[in-house]
Design a protein. Structure first.
Length: 350
């Protein structure tokens, strides 16, 4: 087993998975580009971000996840700029999303047909491409029938503007309704060592129905990196200033829940908790781990994820540590955007 001090070769043991019903094959670690948008993450550095996307490809990470709402177009533009030159687009699988609108810096759900048919062209322009590989409905919209949303997504698939359909933050019941109207290839739910709600129903449902899962928040917004300390503070509009996991007394509980698995990772597997957290996700059966990064050196750790596994004893020990350390667990619900007050006439007519 390679020691952490030894440099790992790019693409060493990269794992990948096919997306059934499509011609796509994606790396099991994907690059998440939310923070590159800057908004909610204390600002962005465009040059660093572009290099990060290209570094991902160099390391065998071919799946790049973005969304219009990440920096209100900025993240998509960065991905487009990173992949727009040197034939890189063909090496990448671009995943983006639809169905959130923004006004005065606030984001609202809007998965109407009218919005979807307009947003795809904005995304294609920002991404400098003629098709999106995986197109997700970002959040279910209670004001729009799921059948309307699904029908619009199916139209885009038929037009060749997208190659696979995904939904994000959907329940099993919502996926069932969606699938009566359109094929569903991918689900993007929250998933990491601390946020495990999908294990009960959603993960088994996706496995049974050949729906590939892209688990987001692999590092729980940095908590599972092993780099955070009690005195870590966040600048500007960084969402972790409001994330309930990062407020006392919970912050201490989550930090201590990371220390012991870090020791376990070092002693038993010659890794660190950042590797263990992502390995754990993949071993639980999620197809892909979405790793949020914006600096090229942050991806170096992704090289320590492939080619090993956690055994039953290790899995049980992790569960025991988490149960003992986290007295007051809380999920990622704080991130859910609100619905709009009402639908506009133009959306209903479209
Ligand atoms: N569909 C949805 O509704 C949804 C929601 C959330 C996320 N997502 C997707 O999932 C992706 C990942 O989620 P996420 O961005 O919330 O966060 P994440 O992967 O849980 O964590 C990202 C954080 O980890 C830190 N980090 C990354 N690599 C590190 C390293 N090697 N060492 C130390 N720290 C490291 C980053 O630090 P810095 O802060 O220092 O850069 C950042 O704070 C997003 O980018 C997005 O593509 C989707």
């Amino acid at each position: 087993m390679p020691q952490p001090s030894q440099p790992l070769a790019p693409e060493a043991g990269t794992e990948s998975v096919d997306i059934p019903g499509t011609a796509l094959r994606v790396s099991r670690v994907a690059l998440g580009t939310w923070a590159m948008g800057g908004s909610n993450w204390g600002g962005t550095d465009e040059r660093e971000s572009v290099i990060t996307v290209r570094t991902a490809l160099d390391q065998g990470i071919n799946l790049i996840d973005t969304a219009p709402a990440y920096g209100f177009g900025v993240s998509e533009e960065i991905v487009g700029s990173a992949l727009g030159a040197g034939g890189l687009r063909a090496q990448a699988v671009i995943s983006t999303k639809v169905g959130l609108e923004w006004r005065d810096g606030k984001v609202y759900r809007n998965a109407s047909r009218e919005r979807i048919m307009r947003e795809i062209d904005d995304s294609l322009r920002r991404l400098r491409t003629d098709h999106v590989d995986i197109y997700h409905v970002h959040w279910p919209d209670p004001l729009v029938p799921i059948e309307e949303t699904a029908e619009a997504m199916r139209t885009l698939l038929d037009q060749g503007k997208i190659r696979a359909i995904g939904v994000s933050n959907f329940s099993v019941a919502q996926m069932e309704r969606f699938r009566r109207v359109a094929p569903l290839h991918v689900l993007q739910p929250p998933y990491n060592l601390f946020e495990r709600d999908i294990e009960a129903e959603i993960l088994p449902y996706c496995r049974a129905n050949n729906i590939v899962t892209l688990g987001y928040g692999a590092l729980c917004r940095g908590l599972l990196s092993g780099r955070m300390r009690h005195f870590t503070h966040f600048e500007g509009d960084d969402l972790r200033q409001h994330d309930p996991k990062f407020q006392p007394p919970r912050f201490s509980q989550y930090l201590s829940a990371v220390q012991q698995p870090d020791q376990q990772a070092r002693v038993r597997f010659h890794r660190r908790v950042i590797h263990l957290a992502v390995r754990w996700m993949l071993d639980q059966g999620v197809s892909v781990a979405l790793w949020g990064g914006r600096h090229p050196d942050q991806l170096q750790s992704a090289l320590g994820v492939a080619g090993w596994s956690l055994d039953t004893a290790a899995l049980q020990k992790i569960d025991r540590i988490l149960n003992e350390a986290i007295l007051d667990p809380i999920g990622p619900e704080f991130m859910a955007p609100p619905q709009r007050a009402t639908r506009r006439r133009a959306e209903v007519m479209a």
